[in-house]
Design a protein around this ligand. Structure first.
Ligand SMILES: [Zn+2]
Ligand SMILES: [Zn+2]
Length: 560
């Protein structure tokens, strides 16, 4: 007798290993097939940048344990666009997955340039999909749809399976004049909506903001006016990947009879990819930074990296007078054609203070429309929902606040069902009803120099603690009878060298170590681990008593 099983023979699922509950580290997954043997499509695989809480960490990557286990079932990796939070993890993680990569021409050019820094650049199969193109990737029929954003070739992905379809928005906004690749393909979106969209998986970044974001073309006008009216040198700093902004600055410079000088390596990489794929004017030209100082102040515009206050980027080095080729003086101007990403406020303020101390005039979005966001505000979300009329909405690409604002907004717009999910939730989209059916392992990986380690593995946590309290190392050498062979040796880092009364910390630590050792009966001193533990506790307590801080204390016991 057959009974209706609650588990369907084939299903269509969606989940994320990064990107939901955070802005960064996007990694979305679509699965199709028998629940125990699905084929997977990965959409985007990005990184996130560390904060002060992860000292020394270079980048943060999504934990892909689940994909490593499913490696044999991964049909492909599709990249929606070339922002670090969407494609930046390929160099670190691709070898663990090994699947072919699909991308449009500009994204592919950026990826190839990035892969040059790896040892396996030639092993990665990169399939170039034209704008608006379609592909079959495993069991998925994929169609790319042009969107607007803050980089060339942002794509939405229409994913069709025999059980249902999904429109995955990627990062987008409505901008009639994005100045690079074609604007959002409203016509196609409406057609898709008319034919029926089962689920919309959509960008939440600006879901708390009302209205419609201004166009990149409006920014171009402001920049042109500022550069035209500038009394002396002008430097513009922006996100290197914003090709439209590069183009706008270059055009403004030419109109004002000024030469463009490009400063910063990241900017060169993007310019090269943009030239290769035809996104810069035919007569686009710039001078190397070595020419900067020889040009008259009214004849130059510098385009610089470092809008987020990054210490090694061009803008910071110019602000601190440590740039080898480019310097600015009183009366020159710097335009911050960017938004300060949360977490970078202090770094940006430091650079701006440095410039201000030299009487360099700073222009920001307080002074005019010098930057626009690349993400949809509520007015734009409303339009997309009205075209697509999805049965189900799943907000992604946002922190908790953005996701919830998006979810409530979608409900207000009359979407039948809105699912609130987080990284790791696996949602069965079809057969209906859509619901969370499983939990995938998720987490964050740190790249620390050449090592990749998981967040829980500790040494970064230790390093953070070190940065607060410092460390004291004590070395003791005992005879086989348990007697001290010489005075303990002490090394101190990041701890006050004397206490409030002027007593050296070294003496305090040595006295504490000897005192603790003497309280241990000689026969028991053979247990080196016990001795080390007792001494460590005593030294920490003595230092705490002396200066009110408990440093990390390590004790080495040697028996000779
Ligand atoms: Zn983006
Ligand atoms: Zn993004």
């Amino acid at each position: 007798m057959s009974r209706r099983n609650s588990e369907p023979k084939t299903d269509f699922v969606f989940g994320a290993l990064g990107g939901i509950g955070e802005i960064g580290m996007n990694l979305y997954l679509y699965g199709f097939g028998p629940p125990r043997d699905r084929e997977w499509l990965i959409v985007d695989i990005g990184i996130t940048f560390p904060t002060d809480a992860e000292p020394g960490v270079d980048v943060i990557l999504p934990d892909i344990r689940f994909l490593e286990e499913e490696r044999h079932n991964i049909a492909g990796i599709l990249l929606t666009h070339a922002h670090e939070d969407h494609y930046g993890a390929i160099p670190d993680l691709w070898q663990k997955i090994g699947a072919p990569v699909y991308a449009t021409p500009f994204t592919a050019a950026m990826l190839k340039s990035k892969l040059k820094e790896t040892s396996f650049a030639d092993d990665v199969p990169i399939h170039i999909v034209p704008l608006g193109g379609s592909r079959k990737i495993g069991p998925f029929d994929i169609e790319l749809i042009c969107m607007s954003h803050s980089i060339p070739e942002p794509n939405a992905v229409f994913i069709k399976t025999p059980l249902g379809n999904v429109l995955h928005s990627g990062d987008w906004k409505l901008d009639e004049q994005p100045l690079t690749s074609p604007p959002t393909d409203k016509k196609r979106l409406k057609e898709i909506g008319d034919a029926g969209v089962d689920a919309l998986i959509c960008d939440s970044t600006n879901a708390i903001r009302d209205g419609i974001s201004p166009s990149e073309a409006d920014v171009a006008k402001t920049l042109a006016a500022m550069i035209r009216e500038a009394p002396r040198r002008v430097a513009v700093t922006t996100f290197a990947s914003n090709v439209a902004r590069i183009l706008s600055v270059a055009r403004a410079a030419r109109q004002a009879g000024r030469e463009l000088v490009v400063v910063g390596r990241a900017m060169y990489r993007v310019i090269e990819a943009a030239q290769e794929t035809g996104y810069l004017d035919d007569d686009f030209r710039f001078l190397p930074e070595t020419e900067f100082d020889s040009l008259p102040p009214k004849k130059v515009v510098a385009l610089c990296t470092g809008s987020q206050g990054e210490t090694r980027a061009a803008m910071a080095r110019i602000a601190y007078d440590s740039h080898p080729n480019v310097s600015l003086d009183a009366g020159d101007q710097v335009i911050f054609s960017s938004r300060t990403i949360p977490g970078n406020e202090r770094a940006v303020a430091k650079v701006q203070n440095g410039l201000s101390d030299k009487a360099i005039e700073i222009l920001t979005d307080q002074d005019g429309l010098v930057h626009v966001s690349g993400h949809p505000r509520r007015g734009e979300l409303e339009q997309l929902y009205s075209w697509l009329k999805p049965k189900l909405a799943i907000p992604v690409h946002g922190e908790g606040l953005h996701l919830e604002a998006h979810a409530e907004f979608a409900e207000d717009l009359g979407v039948e069902e809105v699912l609130r999910i987080r990284n790791g939730d696996l949602v069965r989209l079809a057969p209906e009803p859509a619901k969370i059916i499983d939990e995938l392992p998720t987490g964050r990986l740190y790249r620390d120099g050449r090592i990749i380690l998981s967040e829980g593995e500790g040494h970064v946590r230790e390093r953070r603690k070190l940065s607060f309290v410092g460390t004291i190392s004590v070395s003791v050498v005992l005879s086989d009878k348990g007697q001290l062979v010489a005075d303990p040796m002490v090394a101190i880092l990041g701890v006050a060298s004397v206490d409030g009364d002027g007593e050296p910390m070294e003496d305090i630590a040595i006295d504490a170590a000897i005192g603790a050792l003497e309280s241990i009966p000689r026969p028991r001193r053979k247990d080196r681990a016990m001795v080390a533990e007792a001494l460590s506790r005593a030294v920490r307590a003595a230092v705490n008593q002396a200066v009110g801080k408990k440093p990390i204390c390590s004790v080495m016991v040697q028996v000779v």
